[in-house]
Design a protein around this ligand. Sequence first.
Ligand code: UD1
Length: 416
Amino acid sequence: MSKYIINGGRKLRGTVRVQGAKNAVLPLFAAALLTDERVVIHNCPDLIDVSNMARILNSLGAETERRGDTVTIDTGYMRSYEIPSRLAGELRSSIFTLGALLGRAKKAKVAYPGGCDIGLRPIDIHLKALCEMNVRIADRYGYILCDATDMRPADVTLDYPSVGATENVMLLAVTADGVTTIANAAREPEVYDLQEFLNAMGARVSGAGTSFVKIEGVPKLKGAEYTTMPDRIAAGTYMIAAAICGGEVLLRNVCPEHINSLSVKLREAGAEVKADGSEILVRSEGRLRSPGCIETRPYPGFPTDLQAPIGVLASVAEGTTVVVENIFETRFKHVAELTKMGASVKVKDKVAVFTGVKTLNGAETAAMDLRGGAALILAGLRAHGTTVVNDIHHIERGYEAPEKVLSSLGADIVKV
Ligand code: UD1
C-alpha cells in the first residue's frame, strides 16, 4: 500500500498548472453514452475515479483511449445496459450512467453507487425526478431497474439542488421528445460544463449555472470535442497549502470566480489573493488569523469539498474558527487525525470549533476519504517533523500526482 511521507515546515514557491475537473469530467464520460459517434475530451485528469468511470464504459462495450490528458471515447458498439455492483461500488458517479443509458437505450440496470463514505448519500431525488419523467423504476437485490420506453418530458422541481440529480435529469432529457425544465437546479460550474458539452453534441440546453435549467429534446446527439473546465477543488486545496505554509504560489488554468468563496476567506485570514484572467496568485507569510465562521453551502457558497482542507487553516490560524458542514453528515472523520497532530478541535454533529495552535506536529495518519485525506497532506506540509499519510488511494481518486505538484513548489513530500 502506498503512502505519502512529508517533512513539513517548508515554504511553497512556484507555479502550478491546475488539473481538469474530476467532478466535471465524470458526467461528460456518461454523456458520451448518448451518441454512437466518437467524443474527444481534453484536459481530462488522470485519476482513479476517471479510470473507474472508463472501466464502467468499457464494461458496456465502449472503447476508451487516453493520450496524455486527452481521452477518446467510442460508444459505437454497446453490448450491455447493466452496471454491475463491483464497478458501481467504486464511485458515486456511476449513477450518471442511469440517465445516459436510459437516453441511449431506454433501459438500464445499475447497482447502487459507491463513493466516499461521507454521509447517507441517498439517490431519492434522482429517482423521484426520473419518475416524474414517467420512467418505470424497480428496485431488485441492490439493483435499480429502469424502463424509459414511455418516457416523457416534465417540469421537474428538485427537493434540494442536488448536483448529481440535476446532471442526471439533463442526461435523460436531452433526447426526450419535448421540453423538460428543472427548477431548484444545482448551480455548480460542473453543471454548466455538462450543458456546454451536451450542446457541443447537438443538444439544446440552457440556463445551467442558474437554478432553472431548460432542456429542449433533440432526436439524436453527435460526437464532439471538448475541453473540461479546471478543477476548482484542486485549485482551492493548493491555495490553502500556499496560505498555511507561506510563500508565493501562482495557479494557472483556473476560473477565479469559481473559488471566490474561498478567496474571500483566505483574505480574511490574512493571505494575499490576486486573480488575473485564468490565474490566481496566493502570497502569505504563513501567520494567519481566524477567518471567523465558515458554513458549507451549495454553489456559490463555500464548497463542502474544501471544508476539510480549510479546517487545517483553522487549526493553525490565531483565534477560534467555527466550521459548519451543511451538506454531508459525516465529513469530520479526518479531525481525529488532525487532533493526533496537535490540533485543538471540538466536533458536535455538523459543527467543528477550532482553537488555533502555533504548531502542528508530524504523526502517522490515515486518509479515510478523498478531501479529508487531502487535509492530512496539508497538515503534514505545515507540521514540524515527519508526517505519514496512509491509505492514499482515497486521495488519488481526486488529485493528480499531488506529491509531484507540491514537490515542484518546494515541499518535501514523497510517495513510497
Ligand atoms: C457532487 C460532487 C461532490 C460534492 C457534492 C456537493 C460529483 C461527482 N461529486 O456530489 O464532490 O461534494 O456534489 O457539492 O460531482 N442527496 C439526497 N438525495 C439525492 C441526492 C443527494 O438526499 O438523491 C443529498 C446528499 O446526501 C447530500 C446533498 O444532497 O447530503 C448533496 O448531494 P449532491 O449535490 O447530490 O452531491 P453529489 O452529486 O453526490
